[in-house]
Write a protein that binds this ligand. Structure first.
Ligand code: ATP
Length: 303
């Protein structure tokens, strides 16, 4: 899978404050890449840089392989749609007129695609209703429609679930998944709500105090957070042999500890170990939550 966005040693300084520090990032084509971080971690700053709304203090990034300092970057950025902070729509206009206005701004030759776009974001039946009377969820979805007007294949969304009610959150999630799966749009989105992000993201970038602490795929994260049984024994070699014989998947953690990723029949395990002179010292179920994983990664701090 090739990478649509990469960043290398990216830094952003506001006066003496470094909001982003030597950040690296790799967004695979076709992914839903979740930037996770506490308030103030630098998510919006990173998104603003990628969208060209601000310039990095040092370091570089690429969009579709085009370096941010290259002349070609403007062209590359046309393949990108974004909703950063609150969506900018004309409040006195309808959804349809807003999208048409966006088409005009982009110099698109006809309004042919407008009904389909409104349908896509679930706003086709809003008729004469002005945007000022829209719910926050409707406004967010209109923001996405405006970002999609230029038919981008990369969509960047800053905290798209922010302030939405549960219904709005579900609709937003379904829309993002549809855009990703049906239209093959790569999505970069930021959030501090890990649980919500975990229903969407195929890849994560964990940001803390301006650093990219870790990039990990959802699959890798799932494996890291997998439910298992941790056992402590007197002889790890015997345990390993017994687990092999029982055909159980496991991972040795130390001279005495291993994680077993299967349902464990404790009596059978104890008897098998006992036969080879090994004792079971302790056994406990564990499952690392996404939240715990993140907190371990960034070294504490509540969210
Ligand atoms: P939140 O979830 O609260 O939106 P965030 O992760 O998006 O947070 P940023 O908005 O990128 O964080 O801010 C990162 C840090 O940079 C914060 O400490 C913020 O106060 C600071 N910052 C952002 N913009 C500016 C600015 N224009 N001038 C000075 N400091 C800024």
């Amino acid at each position: 899978m090739d990478e649509i966005v990469t960043a290398n040693a990216l830094s952003k300084q506001y006066g003496s404050f470094r909001a982003l520090k030597d950040l690296s990032m790799h967004v695979p084509r076709g992914s839903i890449y979740g930037i996770v971080g506490k308030n103030g971690a630098g998510k919006t700053t990173l998104i603003r840089l990628l969208c060209g709304l601000q310039n990095p203090t040092s370091g570089e990034y690429t969009l579709y392989g085009v370096l941010n300092t290259s002349r070609e970057i403007k062209k590359a950025r046309r393949r990108m749609g974004a909703v950063v902070e609150s969506p900018s729509a004309y409040l006195e206009m309808t959804a349809e007129d807003n999208v048409k206005e966006q088409y005009r701004i982009l110099g698109l030759p006809s309004f042919e695609g407008v009904p389909e776009l409104l349908q896509l974001v679930g706003l086709s039946d809003t008729g004469k209703k002005k945007v000022k009377n829209f719910s926050l969820g409707m406004r967010q979805r209109l923001g996405i429609a405006l970002a999609l007007a230029g038919d981008p294949d990369l969509l960047v969304l800053d905290e798209p679930a922010n302030g939405l009610d549960p219904q709005g959150i579900v609709e937003m999630r379904e829309l993002i998944l549809r855009l990703n799966r049906e239209r093959e749009i790569t999505v970069i989105l930021s959030s501090h709500i890990l649980d919500e992000l975990s229903r969407l993201a195929t890849h994560y970038g964990f940001l803390d105090k301006g650093h990219m602490v870790k990039e990990i795929s959802a699959k890798e994260l799932e494996a890291a957070c997998r439910r298992c049984v941790r056992v402590e024994v007197t002889d790890i070699k015997v345990l390993s042999r017994v687990l092999e014989t029982l055909g159980m998947e496991y991972e040795i953690r130390s001279d005495q500890e291993a994680d077993i990723f299967a349902k464990v029949n404790i009596t059978r395990l104890v008897l098998a170990l006992h036969e080879e002179g090994c004792e079971l010292l302790s056994i406990r179920e564990r499952e690392e939550s996404l939240e715990n994983y993140y907190i371990n990664l960034v070294g504490g701090g509540k969210r």
